[in-house]
Design a protein around this ligand. Structure first.
Ligand code: SF4
Length: 220
């Protein structure tokens, strides 16, 4: 289990038995009984705090990050995300759907707006709000952070709220880029879920374009 760092008195990664969301705590308890070999705890961020790029997803998948304990690791969304990160120089090594596959991130960090797996993959607003301090603390401990990539509209809203900004000030849209008041860039993408790729909402080319824009932004 990762030891959580604290930023401004708030943990950047929640404790394994975080009690703040009753519905998710009950789901965690059920999953520990049903899948004793799974991670079954709030999933910590992956990557170091000195990264310039932070990727914010929605929440762990039951048999993905909730199984392996590493964001986006173990399900289809991770297959696409990590292949894309390797292609664009933000990860090195071989991705193998395991947290001990040796893959390392380069100048990149990955986290989720909601750290516990929700039933039916759908967190409710109160859970997003309860987990917000961990996202705020995660961003606050990244001194070199220049680009935040949000995957999906829930992560977009949660990230703006975590930064104390109004959602209405920066509309979500695939490929949308906003310059935040502190000069950092917020770039949006459709979530790299199997559903979105199967339905053609997100293609590999569309996802690649987002990372090309991230690279251009970091190189400026
Ligand atoms: S989702 Fe976040 S706030 Fe809620 S129980 Fe899990 S770690 Fe705690």
């Amino acid at each position: 289990m990762t030891v959580s760092a604290a930023c401004g008195g708030v943990l950047t990664d929640p404790p394994a038995d975080c009690p703040l969301c009753p519905r998710l705590v009950e789901f965690r308890r059920d999953n520990r009984a049903a899948f004793p070999d799974f991670f079954n705890a709030p999933v910590p961020s992956f990557g170091t705090a000195d990264a310039r790029l932070l990727i914010v997803g929605m929440a762990p998948g039951l048999k993905g990050a909730n199984r392996t304990g590493r964001p986006f690791t173990g399900d289809f969304a991770g297959d696409l995300l990590y292949a894309t990160l390797i292609r664009h120089g933000f990860a090195r090594g071989t991705y193998d759907r395991r947290s001990d596959d040796g893959l390392a991130l380069t100048d990149c960090r990955i986290t989720n707006a909601v750290r516990c797996v929700p039933p039916q993959n759908k967190p409710v607003g109160a859970e997003v709000n309860a987990c917000r301090p961990f996202l705020t603390a995660t961003m606050a401990e990244m001194p070199a952070l220049q680009v935040i990539l949000v995957l999906g509209s829930l992560a977009h809203g949660a990230t703006l709220a975590a930064l104390g900004l109004k959602k209405s000030a920066h509309k979500f849209g695939h490929g949308a880029k906003a310059v935040l008041p502190d000069g950092r860039a917020l770039i949006s993408s459709y979530h790299c879920s199997r559903y979105n790729t199967n339905t053609g909402v997100l293609t590999e080319d569309m996802f690649d374009s987002v990372f090309q824009e991230i690279r251009r932004t970091l190189n400026r």
